[in-house]
Design a protein around this ligand. Structure first.
Ligand code: PAF
Length: 286
């Protein structure tokens, strides 16, 4: 497995890689969710390239950029073990050379709601770095986890609207046995907070039951029930909503027209902010 830290090295190594290339962009602190993306990409027959870059432009001023975990040796071992072909792990100056004028790519309809409303500028930072990584690596396909559901929708919209020659593959969220979604930020949780955080998965399960088994059609009923589960377990709720699964627009009613809806949660356990989601399928025959 090669590693590259500069754009020049990356371009050289990329040029000498034959066949179809998959990129899995990451911020490191790799867990089973990331590994499942590497494995899926390999199983689909691609040479797998992984970027490890904690991207400063997607963090707000009071967020966890400085303390974000950076276990590089462990991450490289995980990549090697998963059969990754190459890892690009640039410095901040390599990606954002000092003095270079900033370019912004954004998908306003999706970028300013939910995560975007709570983390202003976050998705502009994500789009900027992902577009740049696509230009540098020139992958045929890129794999992302559905855990970051809004991010996945935005990257799909960006690549479609700007005709980027990269196919986007979204892969299912990988969960711990009791349901907690794998996330690099789980490393911040104490044992007690980890137990509390399970309420996020329970609140999504509650939404699924209400919509799919009880055939509840009023989004506000489902959202209140989700929020209740979270608050009862001491979580602070940023949002717990049911939205249309594509544009993430609010719904008047949950209509069983074959269109999926998605339940999305962002909540804090102590000062650890976690997000999760679940796609719901309202049954047709009501
Ligand atoms: O999902 C992440 O880890 C990041 O947002 C990404 C896509 C690697 C961009 O920095």
């Amino acid at each position: 497995m090669w590693t590259a830290t500069t754009v020049e090295e990356l371009r050289r190594l990329r040029a000498s890689t034959p066949g179809s290339v998959a990129l899995v962009p990451t911020m490191g602190a790799l867990h089973a969710g990331h590994v499942s993306l590497f494995e899926a990409a390999r199983a689909d027959g691609h040479a797998v390239m992984v970027s490890i870059f904690v991207n400063p432009t997607q963090f707000g001023p009071n967020e966890d950029f400085d303390r974000y975990p950076r276990p590089l040796e462990q991450d490289l071992a995980a990549c090697r073990h998963a059969g990754v072909t190459g890892v690009f792990r640039p410095t901040v100056d390599e990606i954002y050379p000092p003095g270079q004028l900033e370019c912004l790519v954004t998908v306003p309809v999706l970028a300013d709601i939910l995560e975007g409303a709570h983390r202003p500028g976050h998705f502009a930072g994500v789009c900027r770095v992902v577009a740049k990584l696509f230009n540098l690596v020139q992958p045929d396909v890129a794999y992302f986890g559905q855990k970051d559901y809004q991010q996945l929708r935005i990257i799909e919209a960006m690549t479609q609207d700007l005709a980027m020659p990269v196919r986007i593959v979204g892969r299912p969220t990988v969960r711990e046995p009791q349901g907690l979604a794998m996330s690099s930020r789980n490393a911040y949780l104490t044992a007690e907070q980890r137990r509390q955080a399970l309420a996020i998965y329970r609140s999504l399960g509650k939404a699924k039951n209400l919509v799919e088994a009880d055939r509840e059609r009023d989004p506000s009923v489902v959202e209140s029930a989700m929020q209740w589960v979270l608050r009862e377990n001491g979580l602070q709720v940023d949002y717990a909503v049911v939205r249309d699964a594509r544009a993430l627009a609010p719904l008047q009613r949950i209509e069983p027209r074959g269109l999926d809806v998605v339940a999305l949660v962002a909540a804090r356990v102590g000062n650890v902010r976690l997000i999760d989601n679940m796609v719901l399928k309202p049954p047709m025959n009501t």
